[in-house]
Design a protein around this ligand. Structure first.
Ligand code: F6R
Length: 611
């Protein structure tokens, strides 16, 4: 949510900043701006709209300097406008600030600063920081930032510059992501809210922790605590390479990422399944067998798509291990303190690892004595750092705002954990464990096979193009597929789509079914098959159109559906990984027909770092 990029060095500063911003645009795209230090002055250029608008402005008026800060915004306080775009200057334009997060006490601070004579130009909470730093500035930006931040309650990743100290940037972090990029060659350094911004320039980084401050010049980076104590940081190597964050010939990142799923799933498996005997090695899990044997309950902490991956895990864990699992969205779970105790394991699932709601719920869980396992994509992210145990999904950068490859990889990670838990608790025989692991190992190939349906799914999207109301139904392992399918269509095609447990139809939603409504349902072999067919009959009896996602070997399904999308056979508990793919493709092709902004849907952002 919002992206920060900062640079010091001898390259074309504006070009570096814009390149970083373009890679961060998925985090927010309401407005953007840059501030560059030029001959002892700060030049500020910003605009409402996307980075391309800003780049257009800069083309004819490019400030030449060796230090700059930049920002792409997702509006929280104050609507999208040029005035509300970052960077924000102080009264006289001597200081400029970019910020992610929320300054919770900004109204109080603003009132005080206004009384003291400061003039505000925007409605943002961020501008308060610029004025606070101005208030305390006595020729030393580091000291001003330190004193200013002492007054602040809330979350921030902030980078400040002053025209009096042109070769210096001061950054700080509290609960919002911040990374420092160390120049591969001497004489340049970077800071950003996300590794994807700096990977074209460097892979060497410091992961800034909460309560830390960084002083950056082109030649030196010093990390300190907010209290001023020097901190020695290990250099972190970013593994993702620059091409992974490019579109590579695809029309959108989303479709590229959908097609990357076989690779992403292979990476999630990595060397965790070993040898022909199917040994399972979850190195780094950080939860002892003794603890896993003792735990009595699991609570999945996640938001949106990640929570639906959690539902797939819930079904698998309950079925395979006999451990009860609660799944609730993190914004609710953070207030359900009685869910957590010493015998409850919280599993936090988050692609970005920076989702504020998820982090808050993790803190609730920790306060109540629960342990936490993180399933995340971003190495060194806050979710990873605040958990007791870790399973990285290694899906590679996911740039499209709609989560795709992270979803299926998250399910796969949950399945690996379910098998591990089942083995440790002796809830499954070694034979069953081997069978499941063999099934998991085959998923990347089966995902490839599933993707062969893309052409057919595209033609269905065209066939049903005028349908404006969708119901997505599922039972058992595929309750999650229904929820995720509906979410994808809503967020990128902007169509009404509801996900339901199929058994709920007769309790209300059936009233929505007319010939103007289409129903998508994953109906795979397993204990819920017959009842799911019953639901399809109910729909067709009311003139609704049915698109079924069913197994290749299913000879019956065509009788109950208008159209069928085929997925390969696998164990029922593993099948949500495959059923997720047609749901993504259908939403993508419908959205493309309507020419939606698929990678950056309106009102949304990739990484939601505010509650
Ligand atoms: C939907 C989507 C969101 C995210 C949610 C959590 O396509 O991407 O629903 O799943 O915002 O994000 P992470 O996984 O980064 O915590």
């Amino acid at each position: 949510m919002c992206g920060i990029m900062a640079y010091l060095g001898g390259r074309d500063t504006v070009e570096v900043l814009l390149e970083g911003l373009r890679r961060l645009e998925y985090r927010g795209y309401d407005s953007a701006g840059v501030a560059v230090s030029v001959d002892g002055k700060i030049e500020l250029i910003k605009s409402k709209g996307k980075i391309s608008v800003l780049a257009g402005l800069l083309q004819n008026n490019k400030p030449e300097g060796r230090a700059g800060i930049a920002h792409t915004r997702w509006a929280t306080h104050g609507p999208p406008s040029t005035a509300n775009a970052h960077p924000h200057p102080d009264c006289e334009g001597h200081i400029a600030v970019v910020h992610n997060g929320i300054i919770e006490n900004y109204l109080e601070l603003r009132e005080q600063l206004e009384k003291e004579g400061h003039t505000f130009r925007s409605e943002t909470d961020t501008e308060t920081l610029a004025h606070l730093f101005e208030k305390y500035y006595e020729g030393d930006l580091e000291a001003a930032v330190r004193r200013g931040l002492k007054q602040v309650k809330g979350s921030y990743a902030v980078v400040a510059m002053s025209d009096k100290e042109p070769g210096l940037l001061v950054a700080a972090r509290q609960y919002s992501p911040l990374i420092v990029g160390l120049g591969e060659k001497p004489g340049e350094n970077f800071a950003a809210s996300d590794p994807s911004a700096i990977i074209p320039f460097t892979r060497k980084a410091y992961l800034v922790d909460n309560g830390e401050m960084v002083l950056l010049t082109a030649d030196k980076v010093q990390v300190k605590t907010l209290a001023g104590k020097a901190v020695k940081k290990p250099v972190f190597h970013i593994e993702w390479d620059a091409e992974m964050a490019e579109k590579g010939g695809y029309k959108h990142f989303m479709i590229k990422e959908i097609f990357e799923q076989p690779h992403a799933l292979r990476e999630t498996i990595g060397d965790r399944i070993v040898g022909r005997r199917m040994g399972l090695n979850l190195e780094g899990l950080g939860l002892s067998d003794g603890y896993l044997r003792r735990l009595k309950k699991i609570a999945v902490i996640a938001c949106g798509t990640a929570s639906y991956a959690g539902m797939a895990g819930q079904y698998a864990i309950e079925k395979l291990c006999g451990v009860p699992v609660i799944v609730d969205v993190a914004s609710e779970l953070q207030h359900r303190e009685s869910v957590f105790d010493k015998s409850t394991l919280g599993i936090a699932i988050s692609q970005s690892g920076e989702t504020a709601d998820t982090l808050q719920a993790m803190r609730t869980a920790h306060r109540q004595g629960a342990k936490l396992l993180a399933i995340t994509n971003v190495i060194g992210s806050s979710v990873a750092r605040e958990a007791d145990g870790l399973l990285y999904i290694h899906a590679g950068p996911e740039i499209g705002v709609a989560s795709t490859k992270a979803y299926t990889s998250q399910i796969l990670a949950m399945l690996l954990f379910a098998v591990h838990l089942g083995q440790v608790r002796e809830a499954m025989t070694p034979r069953v464990a081997r069978r499941l692991l063999r099934g998991i190992k085959a998923l990347p190939e089966l995902a490839e096979e599933t993707l062969e349906e893309a052409g057919h799914i595209k033609s269905l999207a065209a066939k049903y193009k005028d349908i404006k109301r969708y119901l997505y139904l599922g039972r058992g392992a595929h309750y999650c597929s229904a929820m995720e399918g509906a979410l994808k269509l809503k967020e990128i095609a902007y169509l009404d789509a509801e996900g339901y447990a199929a058994g709920e139809m007769k309790h209300g939603p059936l009233a929505l079914v007319t010939e103007e409504c289409a129903v998508l349902s994953a109906v795979v072999a397993g204990p819920h098959y017959e009842k799911s067919i019953g639901n399809l009959q109910e729909i067709r009896a009311r003139a609704g159109r049915v698109i079924a996602v069913a197994n290749k070997s299913d000879k019956e399904i065509a009788k109950y559906a208008d159209d069928v999308i085929r997925i390969p056979e696998t164990e029922e508990v593993l099948s949500p990984v495959l059923a997720g793919i047609p749901m993504q493709l259908y939403a993508y092709y419908v959205a493309d027909i309507w020419d939606r902004e698929i990678d950056q849907p309106r009102n949304l952002a990739k990484s939601v770092t505010v509650e």
